[in-house]
Write a new protein. Structure first.
Length: 459
């Protein structure tokens, strides 16, 4: 049994020393912010201490929200908490316990009325925090040790929305990249984190996306990568990480002709399946979604060392979903049991392939009955090719058969099982994404999860 509970500081010092300062017995393991206001937590597995973390009511440097990039809105945070001294036994690292510990403490901070939780992290730990929904700032040096660190933070108030951009602002930002004036700018439906526009000009139509830096950067990279191997996708016109005219990064691309399809059978899905097979011929390092990390020397790799780490994200977020009353404790239990029981169905030990990450019928464009391309690559990832096919199967049974025919495989009982498990994983992690971005499309995700749990329960 695993539990997280409040403990006394003295009970954590030995674990702190072994994990945080190994080989340096003279280095301190307590700091000035371990003061009377600090609250300390231990994680216990069968009554054995395996992890610890502390929080202290304390403000991050006031200039940081104005100068750091990312999703942190420019506002005054009234109840900030400093997360520090987090340690997990080496024998238990990589098992998901660190994420469970962090999730539990984030819930506690939220219950105490906290609106921002922040920490300073070693460069090697930044990816862990990003996978847990934190944003990361620029690298800095911390005295007196001159250690390399980065600020990471998580906004806890779902009422704070990303800065919205007016049509006039958007037009001003993109005009220098177009050889013709903007005739019309029309808002498009998008994700809860992005703001999208259709751009009409005298030389064709374009799509403008304004949103998360890493997500847009990953989409730009993916579009160029797939086009290089002959896959039809959007042509990138411009990507600006720090535009002068806008508060957030933007991506401008040429719009494909035609329109996205619905879930009805269509011949274009056969060619889409063939094109997806070509996408899956592209190999990449690591596993997981590229938007959860940053490129190194222009090259992307997944943030996880194994595909199992990606699949573990679903059970790791259950505690927060229950705490925020997005799902019931009973539904969380059923999800956990199913994912543990059918873990072998989604095991993948090979080198990862490039994934679209969010393939569905509206992302398959056709014009005059013919396939013209695959769009919306912001969730590009690396991993198991079956994940893409499973994602496509959600609410699209009529479209799945021709897609699989073009891909070159048949839907047998083994693949049906794998798809059902992946759908539960996908919908569970999507619930957390929706929650953290202030969305409210919870019902449809829960319905899909319930349906697949019933299917798995009959196996």
């Amino acid at each position: 049994m695993t539990v997280v509970r409040e403990v006394k500081l003295e009970s954590l010092l030995e674990l702190r020393e072994r994990v945080l300062t190994p080989g340096h017995p003279n280095r301190p393991v307590t700091w000035w912010y371990d003061n009377e206001a600090a609250i300390h937590y231990g994680m216990f597995v069968d009554d054995r201490l395996v992890g610890c973390v502390s929080i202290t009511p304390q403000e991050m440097r006031p200039d940081l929200p104005r100068r750091l990039p990312g999703r942190l809105p420019a506002r005054a945070w009234s109840n900030q908490f400093h997360l520090h001294s987090m340690a997990v036994e080496p024998t238990h690292q990589g098992t998901g316990l660190g994420r469970r510990l962090l999730s539990a403490v984030v819930g506690t901070v939220r219950d105490r009325g906290g609106d921002l939780i922040w920490a300073t992290a070693r460069p090697s730990a930044v990816a862990f925090y990003q996978l847990c929904g934190f944003e990361a700032g620029d690298e800095m040096r911390v005295q007196p040790t001159n250690a390399r660190m980065r600020y990471v933070w998580l906004a806890l108030t779902t009422s704070v929305e990303p800065s919205r951009v007016s049509e006039a602002q958007a037009t001003s930002a993109i005009t220098p990249y177009l050889a013709a004036p903007v005739l019309a700018l029309t808002p498009l439906p998008g994700s809860v984190s992005n703001q999208d526009f259709m751009v009409n000009t005298g030389i064709g139509d374009f799509v403008l996306k304004i949103g998360d830096r890493r997500e847009l950067m990953a989409e730009a990279w993916a579009c160029e990568r797939i086009r290089a191997v002959g896959v039809a996708g959007p042509e990138i016109v411009a990507f600006e990480a720090s535009p002068v005219e806008l508060p957030r990064p933007f991506l401008l691309m040429r719009r494909l002709p035609g329109a996205g399809l619905d879930s009805s059978p269509h011949d274009a899905f056969v060619e889409a399946g063939s094109q997806l097979r070509l996408v899956h011929s592209i190999r990449a390092d690591g596993y997981g979604f590229f938007a959860d990390t940053d490129p190194v020397d222009g090259s992307w790799s997944g943030p996880h060392e194994s595909w199992g780490g990606v699949n573990d994200e679903a059970p790791s977020c259950l505690a927060e979903l229950v705490d925020r009353q997005v799902i019931s404790p009973e539904l969380a239990r059923r999800i956990s049991v199913a994912l543990e029981r059918f873990a072998a169905a989604v095991r993948y030990d090979e080198r990862g392939v490039l994934l679209h990450g969010d393939l569905k019928p509206p992302h398959v464009f056709a014009d005059g009955g013919k396939f013209v391309g695959l769009i919306d690559w912001g969730d590009v990832a690396v991993g198991d090719p079956r994940y893409d096919l499973a994602r496509f199967s959600i609410n699209a049974p009529g479209a799945l058969v021709p897609l699989l025919a073009g891909y070159g495989i048949e839907l047998d009982d083994e693949l049906r099982l794998t798809f059902a498990v992946y759908r539960v994983i996908r919908m569970t992690t999507t619930l957390l994404y929706e929650l953290r971005w202030g969305g409210d499309w919870f019902d449809s995700y829960r319905v899909t999860i319930e349906a697949d749990l019933e299917l798995l329960g009959r196996l």
